[in-house]
Design a protein around this ligand. Structure first.
Ligand SMILES: Nc1ncnc2c1ncn2[C@@H]1O[C@H](COP(=O)(O)OP(=O)(O)OP(=O)(O)O)[C@@H](O)[C@H]1O
Ligand SMILES: [Mg+2]
Length: 321
């Protein structure tokens, strides 16, 4: 496929669930399907599923998996001097062969700006988030004096919960030495991600990191600085919009969250899952593509996925040897 297919065609190009030669994934996350290869390696398939507020929609987003997986690879390459990452190989645009780690039971969120969840707490008068103080007098989307670390627990089901660093240590979720390493690494990663984005005219607003242990060593796992794990604003006009109290121009999954809230779906969608209209799916695809192209500076060239399960079966067979 040399060019991007037209819109009607696009929606038929989706990987919702993988099933190579009738085999189901060993683990199915909200977005990724995982196949264990051996003790130390696994194949992670980025599908086209999309989730928001911890619910998976029935309508996938064309080529989201490829965009996400390749953006994560770009992100990992940009930080590899700061932290070892899990990637061994990217044998296909949807697939990462990774070191199989023991995931740590916390997600490490770094926030540079008062947006989203932090803003929802702040505007109701809250000045503390995960044990971190937020100073008075900030406007929505304004930068914090320093980026703050606001971890969450990694819930097996349902919503991840905010947790303070003190509680992480007192509950023994992570040892003190390891937490010190994670804290320092996460802040450095955010600083790097922010700089990379700045060079491309974007602001890395906030982002989530996951870490795992591989033979007792700390590794950055899952994904990094992608549209699913991060919020990005356009830098151009940011100050003016902040001054005027206008919404920021976003390039991330925030678009979907905003669409849901605007259409009357409560922020946690505990009620019936809405159907994503075709034009919303196309808009989301375009945002993911735009973020990919803006950050990497490369044009997105989609790889056909009509025979994905066959390709995956062959690949898994090869990797198992
Ligand atoms: N290198 C790795 N080693 C072990 N686990 C990993 C590694 N990289 C990612 N994971 C885990 O694989 C899963 C990836 O799936 P996905 O991103 O779809 O999940 P999620 O929706 O973020 O979370 P959940 O698994 O809770 O649904 C996550 O649970 C993540 O923690
Ligand atoms: Mg994930």
């Amino acid at each position: 496929m040399n060019s991007i297919p037209d819109h009607a065609q696009l929606l038929t190009h989706c990987i919702t669930e993988t099933m190579p030669q009738g085999r189901s994934a060993d683990y199915r996350g909200k977005v990724r399907d995982i196949y264990y290869l051996d003790e130390d390696r696994m194949a992670i398939i980025a599908t086209d599923r999309i989730s928001a507020f911890d619910r998976i929609f029935n309508e996938p987003i064309p080529f989201k998996g490829q965009l996400l997986n390749q953006l994560a690879w770009y992100g990992f390459r940009n930080v590899e001097d700061l932290c070892t990452h899990h990637v061994i190989d990217i044998p296909h645009p949807n697939i990462t062969v990774a070191r199989k780690c023991r995931p740590l039971p916390v997600e490490v969120v770094v926030r540079g700006y008062l947006t989203g969840h932090a803003w929802r707490i702040y505007k109701q008068g809250g000045r503390e988030l995960c044990g971190q103080q937020m100073p008075d007098g900030l406007r929505q989307h304004e930068a914090f004096p320093e980026p703050i670390l606001t971890p969450t627990t990694k819930a097996k089901e349902g919503h991840d919960q905010d947790i303070s660093e003190t509680a992480i240590l007192s509950n023994g979720l992570v040892s003190e030495d390891l937490w010190t390493e994670i804290r320092q690494t996460a802040l450095k990663l955010y600083q790097r991600g922010w700089k990379v984005a700045q060079k491309k005219g974007l602001i890395l607003v906030d982002t989530k990191y996951e870490f795992g242990l591989f033979r007792d060593k700390l590794l950055l796992i899952d994904e990094v600085h992608t549209a699913d794990s991060s919020r990005y604003f356009y830098a151009d006009g940011y100050e003016e919009r902040l001054e005027r109290g206008e919404p920021q121009r976003q390039l991330s999954k925030e678009f979907l969250r905003e669409w849901l809230i605007e259409n009357g779906h409560h922020a946690t969608i505990d009620q019936k899952l809405p159907v994503l209209p075709d034009q919303v799916r196309i808009s989301i695809y375009k945002r993911y593509r735009e973020l990919y192209e803006t950050l990497t500076g490369e044009k997105f060239r989609p790889t056909p996925t009509a025979n994905f399960n066959d390709d995956l079966a062959i690949l898994l067979d090869k990797l198992a040897k």
